[in-house]
Design a binder for this molecule. Structure first.
Ligand SMILES: Cc1cc2nc3c(=O)[nH]c(=O)nc-3n(C[C@H](O)[C@H](O)[C@H](O)COP(=O)(O)O)c2cc1C
Length: 280
């Protein structure tokens, strides 16, 4: 026995056999592990194949909200929902009326104001929303969800831009992760109800995971929908008449004079939009 094992060819053959067996079992265990990990994530197993594109805006000064928005972007794409990650400073708010799905991840900055990358965007929204004729129809075709990032230590201005996350609690990623899953769930149920497929506009049925302006419901259901059908102002008419970053569009007439895109030396916000609505 010892004679035969000590011969080099036989030793070599046994070692080779042992190595091959080890490689085989290692390969099998890796495959089992990856199968188990996949089964732990049922959402990503069945991605919904067809979705209209939505927009995720990040309103961020030092990158926290941007990082969260990026992770949500990956999660939504992984689950088959096509969204663009958008810096609001690169976006013309007058185009909001054509969006079907908007997610905003927004930090609050000094004195309860939004970070500078969204100054124009937020002012535009605020002024338009404050106008009783424009406000209710501004996002009438759009489902939207907002996650706010702020610090409780700022008291009254805590999360003035949007609610939900408190950096002081030390669990921002966890809170955002849970909220993100609820967004995926809301989108999935819209898809199941036929409200998300095709043109991406919900049919307004009660089955949809959307609410209609009730403050309490807004944070139960991730996607808010403005369903006001009163039709006082046609946003199709307003589009292109408001302030714009697109070349030439900002040069509007205010009180009959060209403003060069500014009012009193400052960039015009929603004033022309509101003016248009009031003149109708
Ligand atoms: C100068 C400064 C002012 C802030 N003001 C507020 C505030 O008024 N309300 C609030 O909720 N959080 C406030 N915060 C906290 C920020 O919202 C928090 O740090 C957040 O993570 C920043 O997100 P960002 O990196 O996306 O800009 C402030 C932070 C700084 C540094």
């Amino acid at each position: 026995m010892s004679l035969s094992l000590s011969s080099y060819p036989k030793r070599f053959a046994i070692l080779t056999l042992l190595s091959a067996t080890r490689v085989f079992f290692f390969y099998k265990s890796r495959r089992n592990l990856s199968k188990r990990l996949k089964s732990l994530n049922p959402i990503s197993q069945n991605p919904i194949p067809k979705t209209p594109r939505g927009k995720i805006f990040f309103i961020s000064q030092t990158g926290t909200s941007k990082t969260l928005a990026k992770s949500l972007h990956s999660l939504l794409n992984l689950n088959g929902f096509e969204f663009d990650l958008v810096d609001p400073k690169e976006y013309e708010p007058e185009d909001l009326h054509i969006e079907s799905f908007v997610v905003i991840v927004a930090s609050t900055w000094e004195n309860g104001k939004p970070p500078s990358n969204a100054g124009f965007f937020v002012d535009w929204l605020t002024e338009s929303a404050d106008n009783f004729r424009v406000g209710s129809l501004l996002l009438s075709k759009c489902k939207f969800a907002i996650f706010g990032v702020g610090s409780g230590s700022y008291g009254e201005t805590f999360n003035a831009v949007g609610r939900e996350g408190d950096v002081d609690e030390g669990n921002l990623a966890e809170v955002f992760g849970k909220w993100s899953k609820r967004v995926v769930g809301a989108l999935s149920s819209l898809g199941e109800n036929g409200g998300y497929m095709g043109n991406g506009i919900g049919d307004g049925s009660e089955d949809e995971a959307v609410s209609e302006g009730d403050d309490d419901e807004e944070y139960d259901d991730e996607f808010e929908e403005n369903d006001d059908e009163s039709g006082i102002v046609d946003l199709e008419d307003i589009a292109g008449k408001g302030p714009s970053r697109k070349k030439g569009v900002n040069d509007k007439l205010i009180n009959g004079k060209s403003n060069g895109g500014t009012v009193n030396g400052e960039k015009a916000m929603a004033t022309p939009v509101i003016r248009t609505s009031l003149e109708k």
